[in-house]
Design a protein around this ligand. Sequence first.
Ligand code: NAD
Length: 281
Amino acid sequence: MYKLIDGKAHSARIRGEIKARVEQYKKARGSDIGLAVVLVGSDPASQVYVRNKIRACEECGIKSFANYLPETARQKDVEELVKSLAEDENIHGILVQLPLPAHLDEKAILDLIPVEKDVDGFCEENIGRLCMNRDCLVACTPNGVMQMLKAEGTEIKGKNAVVIGRSNIVGKPMAMLLLNADATVTVCHSKTANLKEICRNADILVAAIGRAKFVTADMVKDGAVVVDVGINRNSDGKLCGDVDFDAVRDKCSYITPVPGGVGPMTITMLLYNTVCAAERS
Ligand code: NAD
């Protein structure tokens, strides 16, 4: 019988800890913890994400600074804004909502976020530190996965972990975190040969692909821990992950559902990183 990893419950537990740390910070320093969010344009999905992040901040006592720029904003306008947030000592974390409109140079803008305020954990220095297993701000989604695996007591040390997906924001940092936790890690991607065979050897299988029901029962080892990062819509418009949950679950020891698995942890780890950044400031 598999155990469902309940992302909402883990998220609520960690948010309780975050609230307590925010209170403690306010008492000790007599000031707020601040997170600045930058949204350029009016992409509906991005607007929803930003709204959710701001609401989550408020619930945990973190002060949010929302900065909205029009779709037509020039490179210089966005850069000036990020520079001013970088210098503002009331702001401990800066988040630039991606994707930016196509005419903007994303890298040049993200590079203006100082490493200590990079609460998304995307900058080169934070990624480099993660690779060297040093203290850093870790990308929120893979960090959320690790927090759940650790809290569930799943064995990671010495296990075969397979990560499907090699993006800079999910797959690669996920692989690094598992490696740092002493797993033997294989990273698969769209050009991987023998994908099924590799997955069948996984004690821990993480799917971060973006293709509905990609992971089928014949790709999963009996007793595996399966983590589904994917967020897709099926033909009925319903949310679903990268794993064929109904077909796979009975083979697993642990499995995350979609929705209600990895998703709720992502914003929670953003709040967690913001508190860490403030405490270190
Ligand atoms: P991405 O498109 O940047 O990367 C997808 C990866 O999947 C690539 O590395 C690619 O090589 C690999 N891939 C594609 N087709 C493949 C195939 N046929 N076989 C093997 N590998 C294949 O996506 P991403 O940003 O890493 O996100 C992945 C998924 O996770 C998406 O569904 C995204 O919506 C979701 N996501 C969820 C959260 C969350 O909070 N739960 C956060 C970020 C991303």
